[in-house]
Design a protein around this ligand. Structure first.
Ligand SMILES: NC(=O)c1ccc[n+]([C@@H]2O[C@H](COP(=O)([O-])OP(=O)(O)OC[C@H]3O[C@@H](n4cnc5c(N)ncnc54)[C@H](O)[C@@H]3O)[C@@H](O)[C@H]2O)c1
Length: 259
């Protein structure tokens, strides 16, 4: 039976997922979207979150984090599946998880701009002793971040690789909601937001962004580094993140699934 898909947010990531759905994903049909403005590229009706959740079995979230709680509440209360890429929203807005627990809905968090989340999930079954992630971007990639504004960090004056933040994943999500979904995802797969250490570095020579983590258990240590070129449609985003959603959607009905 075909499942219907709605995409909330047709920006860089939502549009890339839309293109994949237009090409065709087995068992799925993209029928509607939500956005604040019409997108000429797609012949797809735009509707409210309420209507999207009413008409679609699976809702793909590709919104700014602050718009996620409203979508999540509506989707989860309708017992639908939410594919959630703005994973830092789960840390910033605990009410989403509170509502989720009272429903039969599912939240699927794709690996996003990271690699190695599969191993971290497996390692967490045996216990994680230490988890840390370092994200590096050009200073301008952090413009508008609440932490940068609160601390009065002058991004334009950074002339060499500089650590601008160190803390846990919860603090990082609040301070850099558009930049540290990777840390949120790692913490959710691993040892939780309070126990996941995060460093954020500004590098004026960086062409793209990179995320490097090390997760240590009793028997294994996993290290992973991803270097991403920025998505031209949104330099704060990454192509890999959109394709991780496509991979999740393909897995929904695939006969062979490699997790
Ligand atoms: N998990 C990861 O590794 C990862 C990686 C990159 C980006 N992200 C996150 O994915 C999300 C989407 O990223 P993007 O690059 O596509 O962003 P984007 O800014 O390109 O697109 C966001 C879209 O949402 C729309 N929108 C905003 N508010 C809305 C509302 N209230 N209702 C309906 N539509 C609304 C905008 O018009 C825009 O089209 C962001 O939260 C970003 O931080 C996660």
């Amino acid at each position: 039976m075909t499942q219907t898909v709605g995409i909330a947010g047709l920006g860089a990531i939502g549009s890339a997922v839309g293109r994949a759905l237009v090409k065709g994903i087995d068992g799925l049909e993209w029928i509607a979207s939500s956005d604040l403005e019409a997108k000429d590229e797609f012949d797809i009706p735009l509707m409210s979150f309420e209507k999207l959740a009413e008409h679609c079995d699976i809702i793909v979230e590709a919104l700014p984090p602050k718009a996620v709680p409203e979508l999540a509440e509506i989707t989860l209360k309708r017992q639908k599946t939410l594919v959630l890429i703005s994973s830092c929203a789960l840390l910033m807005y605990p009410e989403i998880s509170d509502i989720h627990k009272t429903t039969n809905s599912r939240i699927l968090v794709p690996s996003g701009a990271l690699s190695g989340i599969d191993g971290v999930k497996s390692l967490s079954k045996l216990g994680i002793l230490n988890s840390k992630i370092k994200s590096t971007k050009h200073p301008r990639g952090f413009s508008g971040a609440p932490y940068v504004e609160e601390m009065g960090i002058d991004l334009a004056s950074i002339t060499e690789m500089t650590r601008i933040f160190e803390g846990n994943a919860l603090e990082a999500a609040k301070g850099f909601p558009a930049n540290v979904n990777v840390a949120a995802t790692l913490s959710l797969a691993g040892t939780g937001p309070e126990n996941t250490r995060v460093e954020i570095w500004a590098d004026p020579d960086a062409k793209g962004n990179s995320h490097e983590f090390e997760v240590t258990g009793t028997y294994s240590t996993i290290t992973s580094k991803v270097s991403n070129m920025p998505d031209p449609a949104n330099p704060k985003s990454s192509m890999l993140a959109a394709q991780s959603i496509v991979a999740v959607l393909e897995d929904m009905n695939s006969a062979l699934v490699v997790l």
